[in-house]
Each structure stands twice: as C-alpha cells, then as structure tokens.
Design a protein around this ligand. Structure first.
Ligand SMILES: Cc1cc2nc3c(=O)[nH]c(=O)nc-3n(C[C@H](O)[C@H](O)[C@H](O)COP(=O)(O)OP(=O)(O)OC[C@H]3O[C@@H](n4cnc5c(N)ncnc54)[C@H](O)[C@@H]3O)c2cc1C
Length: 302
C-alpha cells in the first residue's frame, strides 16, 4: 500500500477527527455503499451495510422499512463504517446492541475477514478497532440485526419528558427518531455551520470510592451506573470549572454543551489543543478526575 511517514488512515466523514498537522501518508476515503437484506423473519431482519453509507440516512431508511433499534441514534454525524469504531451511543442506546459482525480488510494478513460481535470487544466509546485493530482493520461492511416489533427506549429523561409533555404514552419509533433529532438540533452545534467534533472528552468512569469522595465535596454531582463503573458527565465537570460559553479568538466551548469545543473559523489547531489542555487540567485540579479525549487526534496529542 502507498504510504508516507504516517502510514495510512481510513476516513469516513471526518466528523470525529482533529488534525493538528497535515497527515503524511495515504488517506483511504471509505465509500462502499449498499444496504442488503441477508435474512428476514417475523421478528427481525439481518442487514449487511456498506461502510461508506451515511449513518443518519441508514437509520432513517431502516425506520421507514419498519426495522427498529437505531431510532435513538438518529442524527449522529458520520458513516456506517465508523459506528463500530467508537461504539457510537446516545440517549441510552449503544450501536453494539444491533451489530452482529463487521467485515474488514486485514492489512496484516492481506485478506477479507469477518470479526464477530465478541471479537469486536465493544465498550464505552471503545472497540478493538480503536485498539489492536487500529492500524490493521479497514471496515468494509457492518452486519446489523434490527427488530420488527421493537418498543421504544425512553430511559433518557429529556426524551421521556418530551413524550410526557405531549401526552404521547406510546410513541412510534419514527416519532422517537423525530424527537431525538429535535433535541439534538436544539442542543448541539451543526458541524456544517460551526466546526466541532461532538463530545471532545469521554465521560469519565469512576469507582465507588471516588464517587463517595466526589459526592461529599459536591452533593449535586450527577452520575449514573455503567457497565464498567459509575459514569460522571464530563460536560457537568467542565461547566463547574466555568468553561461553558467561554471563547478566546476563534476557539471556544459551546454555550449550551460544555463538552463540545467549537471552532468559529480562522483558528489554529494549536489554539484548540491549548484550550483542551486548560479544560482538562482545570477538571483535574478541581475534581481529581483525568479527562481523556473522545475525538481522534492526528498529530500532536493532548
Ligand atoms: C455534532 C456532533 C455530534 C456527535 N454526537 C455523537 C453522539 O451522540 N454519539 C457518538 O457516539 N458520537 C457522536 N459524535 C461523533 C461522531 O459522530 C462519531 O464518532 C461517528 O461515528 C464518526 O463517523 P465518521 O464517518 O465521521 O468517522 P471519522 O471521523 O471519519 O473517523 C473516526 C475514526 O474512525 C476511523 N474509521 C472511520 N471509518 C472507518 C472504517 N471504515 N474502517 C476503519 N476505521 C474507520 C477513523 O480512522 C477514525 O479513527 C458526534 C460528532 C459531532 C460532530
């Protein structure tokens, strides 16, 4: 494969990337298309979907066909192939629940193979594709199992409140998707209008000892149970350090969601990194919690 100093990199739609310098190597733009029904019965459908399909278009198409599961993940920017990489999640649902397997090109073995759900090693914003498979697997297609009689998941409070306020106790999956789209549009900056990569940091996962320490010092701290421990919203921690709505020149912290760093145009990558470091360090100083980036940084790291 043609490569330079940096080797190679697969790019979907670039919505979760931060380039702090030019990439010196081969960039592979994933554009494999197609949504194929491989198996279907009364209860579910198995689909094989090209990694280059747009994620939101696929979600909407699946819902229009009556296949449920992905409604809470509506309007997440990016491609189908990137979805398993960080196990995208939103509003109480993670994509891994619907992924059967992932077809990849293995650059080491020089062969096409299927990685099972188990082998994907999914975790919170994590998978084998971010670890051992990072410089090895090029995702070509993703296998999904979607449900025909799915009940909506309304665990996420703003979503539940939306339907309670509307007096709609049994929303359809399409209505859930519409509500998610509405909530996302009202809270998150559109990357087509103002540069951002979504959540810049992961929500930290802590243990019960740390939680007790934090609750004693900050009785209002929000937290919720996760598979790996207890999750604390990084946005809340950043907000408590006074960063929400902060702007310095071309770079800032979004006024509605402190977890999203924004670029107003004309700034330098170094400025963004500098702000991210200041935010991370202030959270460490105030809460003794170390934030790690969710965004994929190419070049100088945080
Ligand atoms: C406004 C906004 C809101 C967001 N909200 C959410 C959210 O709610 N939940 C969430 O989980 N994420 C969210 N994100 C992050 C982003 O949408 C996801 O990470 C998405 O999956 C990125 O897709 P992409 O095609 O743009 O990937 P890219 O940014 O192009 O790539 C991301 C990573 O995946 C790798 N990659 C991409 N395609 C492949 C492939 N075919 N094979 C191997 N590796 C590949 C890349 O090398 C890179 O490391 C948000 C981003 C934005 C801008």
């Amino acid at each position: 494969m043609l490569t330079g100093k940096d080797g190679w990199l697969v790019l979907g739609e670039g919505s979760n990337m931060l380039f702090t310098r030019d990439f010196e190597g081969a960039i592979i733009l994933m554009r494999i298309q197609g949504v194929n029904v491989m198996k279907e019965d009364d209860r579910c459908v198995h689909l094989q979907v090209g990694a280059g399909e747009n994620w939101h278009d696929f979600v909407r198409y699946s819902l229009s066909m009556g296949w449920g599961g992905l409604e809470n993940l509506s309007l997440i920017p990016g491609s189908v192939g990137a979805a398993p990489v960080q196990n995208i999640g939103a509003y109480g649902v993670e994509v891994e629940s619907f992924i059967l397997a992932v077809d990849v090109y293995d650059v080491v073995d020089r062969s096409v193979k299927t990685i099972t759900h188990f082998e994907c090693m999914f975790g919170y914003r994590d998978s084998v594709f971010k670890r051992a498979g990072r410089k090895r697997f090029i995702i070509m297609r993703v296998w999904f199992r979607l449900e025909k009689n799915r009940r909506p998941v309304l665990d996420y409070a703003p979503l539940r409140d939306h339907f309670l306020a509307a007096g709609n106790v049994e929303p359809s999956l399409m209505e859930v998707s519409e509500a998610v789209i509405g909530i996302r549009r009202s809270k998150l900056p559109d990357p087509a209008v103002i540069g951002n990569a979504g959540s810049f940091f992961k929500n930290p996962v802590i243990d019960t000892v740390d939680l007790e320490r934090l609750v004693n010092l900050n009785p209002t701290i929000p937290y919720y149970p996760a598979d790996e421990g207890i999750k604390v919203p990084a946005g809340w921690l950043i907000e408590q350090c006074g960063w929400k709505g902060f702007r310095e020149g071309a770079i800032g912290c979004h006024h509605q969601q402190a977890l999203v760093l924004v670029h107003f145009g004309g700034g330098r990558p170094g400025d963004l990194l500098e702000l991210a470091r200041r935010i991370r360090d202030s959270v460490t100083a105030k809460f003794s919690i170390h934030l790690v980036p969710e965004v994929n940084i190419v070049g100088e790291q945080l």
